[in-house]
Design a protein. Structure first.
Length: 316
């Protein structure tokens, strides 16, 4: 899969079948659209292309009110690659882009730079300044410029839409089973393993640390708490673990969000490696403890809970 930072990098590329959106989560609803895009592109002899945005437009316009990001950009791109998308254009969302009228967006971006011949969009798609463009206006533009436009209805299951909002709700509530159903896979976060304070090692529970968010960038995690987890990327099979995702209230007050993962019976130096931590079950919320002894006891209890989870799983 080729990744382009903005459509100008793409402008010399071939004609494509295009979809446009934030695709936060790349959940089963997104995957239905992306599969149809890939299949339709193949039928038309076109490259499949996804245009997405960084930052999320809501993060750009009102960062304090923006919804939590479900996936970081690395994980979103990995999901696109796993589906088999040929090209992804990551558009830097800024004032200049936000001011493009629907007509300018079509003529300058879709036609001149992306060379789209077929566009597949969701039924709630809007584009251009003030979200003034919609399916009808895009269809009319297609007749003018010579590209085809199709839409796909939102995927509904048991009377409920499979959407990023529904997924955020499940994650915020710690309902990892529901999140897995909406995603079609366990919810995971990837990143480079960084050095921490080594406190976990002192307490007898060494952790692998990933930086998830900090208040300076207005990034909020989609979920927080203590989780039964598994780690991908360090072995040929998932490694069982217990993980803490949050702001570490007992030992830190800087507001940064870390994902700290203790892999059971694992003792290797792996700093700098990229891993994925999948959160399988929420054990409890974060708590602030009065001293490190109380924190250690809580971690031991969480680890025992997670080990029991995997023992039951293996038994079944």
């Amino acid at each position: 899969m080729n990744v382009f930072r903005g459509p100008t990098q793409f402008s010399a590329g071939p004609a494509c079948a295009l979809t446009i959106g934030n695709f936060d989560g790349v959940h089963r609803g997104h995957r239905a659209l992306l599969k149809q895009l890939k299949d339709g592109a193949h039928e038309r002899g076109l490259a499949s292309c996804v245009m997405t945005f960084e930052p999320h437009p809501k993060e750009f316009f009102s960062p304090e009110q923006a919804p939590p990001r479900i996936l970081n950009l690395r994980d979103k791109l990995a999901a696109f690659a796993n589906i088999g998308i040929d090209r992804v254009v990551v558009e830097h969302f800024n004032n200049a882009f936000a001011r493009l009228t629907p007509d300018e967006f079509v003529s300058e971006i879709i036609v001149k730079q992306l060379h789209a011949k077929w566009i597949l969009i969701g039924d709630d798609f809007c584009y251009g300044a003030k979200r003034a463009g919609n399916f009808a206006s895009l269809k009319a533009a297609g007749e003018k410029y010579g590209f085809e436009v199709s839409s796909i209805h939102t995927v509904v299951e048991n009377g409920e839409r499979i959407s990023s909002s529904a997924l955020r709700g499940a994650l915020a509530n710690g309902d990892m089973e529901q999140a897995t159903k909406l995603l079609g896979r366990p919810y995971g976060i990837s990143g480079h393993i960084i050095h921490g304070q080594k406190l976990g090692r002192t307490l007898g529970f060494p952790t692998l640390n990933l930086a998830v968010a900090n208040h300076l960038h207005h990034r909020k995690p989609a979920c927080t708490g203590i989780f039964t987890a598994q780690v991908l990327g360090l072995s040929d099979k998932p490694l069982p673990a217990v993980a803490s995702l949050g702001v570490r209230p007992t030992v830190e007050d800087q507001g940064r969000v870390l994902l700290e993962t203790h892999i059971f019976d694992f003792n290797k130096e792996v700093y700098g490696k990229i891993i994925t931590v999948e959160l399988l079950e929420k054990i409890r919320d974060e708590e602030k403890y009065s001293n490190l002894d109380a924190l250690t006891q809580a971690i031991a209890s969480d680890a025992a809970h997670a080990r029991n989870y995997f023992q039951k799983k293996n038994y079944v």
